[in-house]
Design a protein around this ligand. Structure first.
Ligand code: ZN
Length: 150
């Protein structure tokens, strides 16, 4: 395992659409393990592969609801709205308000190759949506209002 360098905005890699993962091979498993170590070292709630320079549809989320590894995640449904403060490891020292679905259902593969359906709400749902946006080249600052320095 290794800690990877977190890419900072406005690096162009953060603004590209990521490719689907076709095979969950050793490279993907190593990437996931490195992302976990990198997330823990940075003390974040989530990390997406483009944030470590890899344009693959992989992200991880860790909140009080648990740890989630999402490979090729797809938003199946969303309901309700929440507005709250968000930050991003790729945009250090800044925060902004973003409106998101309050609850989401997301289908994704895990490293075991199986597909799972996650039903999450509140902060965890916010983190899912933030990380999945990264896979489409969207950094939250493009959706945020009231951006502030730390
Ligand atoms: Zn982010």
């Amino acid at each position: 395992m290794a800690i990877r360098i977190i890419v900072k905005d406005p690096d162009p890699v953060l603004h590209k659409r990521c490719r689907e993962v076709e095979v969950i091979d050793d490279k993907v498993i190593t990437l996931l393990d490195d992302m976990i170590e990198t997330l823990h070292a940075a003390n974040g709630a989530g990390l997406a592969a483009p944030q470590v320079g890899i344009l693959k549809r992989i992200c991880i989320v860790e909140t009080e609801d648990g740890f989630f590894e999402l490979i090729n995640p797809v938003l199946k449904s969303g309901k309700g709205t929440q507005t709250g403060v968000e930050g991003c490891l790729s945009v250090p020292g800044k925060y902004g308000k973003v409106s998101r679905f309050n609850e989401v259902k997301v289908e994704a593969f895990a490293r075991d190759g199986k597909k799972y359906l996650y039903k999450v709400k509140g902060f965890t749902a916010r983190a899912f949506q933030h990380e999945m946006d990264h896979l489409d080249g969207i950094v939250y600052t493009s959706k945020a209002t009231d951006m502030q320095d730390d």
